[in-house]
Write a protein that binds this ligand. Structure first.
Ligand code: FAD
Length: 401
């Protein structure tokens, strides 16, 4: 059996690994020229952690991961205002948590691929065909690849979804804007991440994830083991449109925050080295068309508000591979994958939307409420409850349903 997967991120590489292990021939098309090095720190736990463990990746991920002591919010002078130990978060998920840079997780998956997986960097597709009897893609250089199944694992702005799932007014494939309008739900924020050199900021953040305690916009920093600093930013905006120059947009949006923020913005690399996107969820009414299907952010992005997209990307890929391996009919396997996995991600998407206020307070009152909640987290029992809410194990504490 043969699969063509578009997208070599966590979901795509995870699926390639799972299908390769089951003796499928797999081609992965990845538009980036090599493994992506840009990225941000993720907390990896939940079903993806279990999937990684079953794939034998746990030791490697812990080796690449970071020991974070504390999540710390600071004022404009860098003084601690509130925080929570990572041990509390870790306990809430039964000690099964890794803080790891997203590119390192992708690297671990890539390194583990069986030889029958052919990853083609610098390659994308220009069309997708598929019905119940077969599927094929045409690459940007005109090459045609036939397959038993074609999978779009190409993220929130998926080309496979646009080409195979969205029609323009005249029946032709839709534009990216049409597709976004139909399948991407903007949650009211933009987010960015970049990596820079600064020994002083590195020393100030070592061992902790340090965030500004601010309303409507927030920047966070963590020290990487190679001596550089990774920055993460999020701000509220009703506009889903992305700026032409992300670095300029960041300087304008965050320049007024105190502490080390202006200095970090001066060290920010050029726009093409900055990760910048809207914070969004994807919702696709049916995840498969014939033998073309979607996985990960392409069809069920939960957004960084849920903090579990990578985990769900890998775990969903595993569910998809299991169904394809067990069920002789590809279309039945695709239906079973969606039946099994959609309820899980729908629940996480809902929880993420409920947590918007907690994630980035709007007012000084909300900010104070967050500080008080974090202070209360030191009390026995409360910390575990709060950490469970943060990690999505329970809802309800900050407006959750
Ligand atoms: C700031 C931030 C913090 C986050 N924190 C967490 C966290 O703590 N925990 C967690 O679990 N998740 C977190 N997430 C979410 C997580 O990173 C994503 O959900 C996850 O990376 C999605 O993986 P994916 O493989 O589905 O998509 P992507 O990571 O978007 O990968 C898609 C891949 O497809 C490639 N591609 C795109 N278009 C094409 C094309 N046309 N042709 C070929 N290739 C293409 C891309 O280059 C990319 O390699 C966070 C996200 C952000 C932005």
């Amino acid at each position: 059996m043969k699969a063509v997967i578009c997208g070599g991120g966590i979901a795509g590489l995870g699926l390639a690994r799972c299908l390769g292990d089951r003796a499928w021939d797999v081609v992965v098309l990845e538009k980036a020229p090599a493994l992506r090095t840009q990225g941000y720190m993720i907390d990896f736990f939940g079903p993806g952690y279990t999937a990684a463990e079953e794939l034998g990746l746990r030791p490697r991920l812990h080796e690449l991961g970071y020991d974070v002591d504390e999540l710390r919010y600071v004022d404009e002078h860098g003084h601690r205002r509130a925080g929570m130990t990572y041990a509390t978060l870790n306990r809430a998920v039964g000690g099964r948590l890794i803080s790891i840079m997203r590119p390192d997780l992708e690297r671990a998956l890539y390194e583990s691929l069986p030889t029958r997986v052919d990853v083609r960097f610098g390659t994308t597709l220009k069309s997708v065909d598929g019905d119940a009897s077969g599927a094929a893609v045409t690459l940007d250089d005109g090459t045609r690849l036939d397959a038993d199944v074609v999978v779009g694992a190409d993220g929130v702005h998926s080309a496979v979804r646009r080409l195979a799932f969205t029609s323009g007014a005249d029946g032709s494939a839709a534009t990216a804007e049409d597709d976004d309008e139909r399948h991407v739900r903007h949650l009211g924020f933009h987010t960015a991440a970049f990596i820079f050199d600064d020994a002083e900021i590195h020393a100030a953040c070592r061992g902790s994830f340090v965030l500004t305690d601010t309303t409507d916009r927030q920047m966070g920093f963590y020290a990487l083991r190679d001596g550089r600093v990774a920055a993460f930013a999020v701000h509220r905006t009703a506009d889903p449109g992305l700026p032409g120059d992300p670095r300029e947009a960041l300087r304008k949006e965050y320049g007024g925050l105190g502490w080390v923020v202006p200095r970090a913005l001066r060290a920010c690399p050029p726009g093409d080295e900055v990760y910048y996107d809207q914070v969004a969820q994807t919702e696709v009414p049916c995840w498969s068309r014939g033998r073309v299907t979607l996985v990960g952010d392409a069809c069920y992005a939960v957004s960084l508000l849920a903090g579990q997209g990578a985990s769900l990307g890998l775990a969903g890929a595993r569910v998809l591979a299991e169904q394809l391996a067990e069920e002789p009919s590809v279309t039945t396997a695709l239906r079973r994958y969606e039946d099994q996995w959609r309820p899980v991600v729908t629940e996480k998407q809902h929880a993420a939307r409920q947590g918007v206020r907690w994630f980035l307070p709007r007012t000084q009152g909300e900010l104070r409420a967050r500080r008080l909640a974090l202070r209360a987290a030191r009390l026995p029992g409360v910390g575990r409850y709060l950490a469970s809410a943060l990690t999505g194990k329970s809802r309800g504490i900050f407006g959750g349903g």
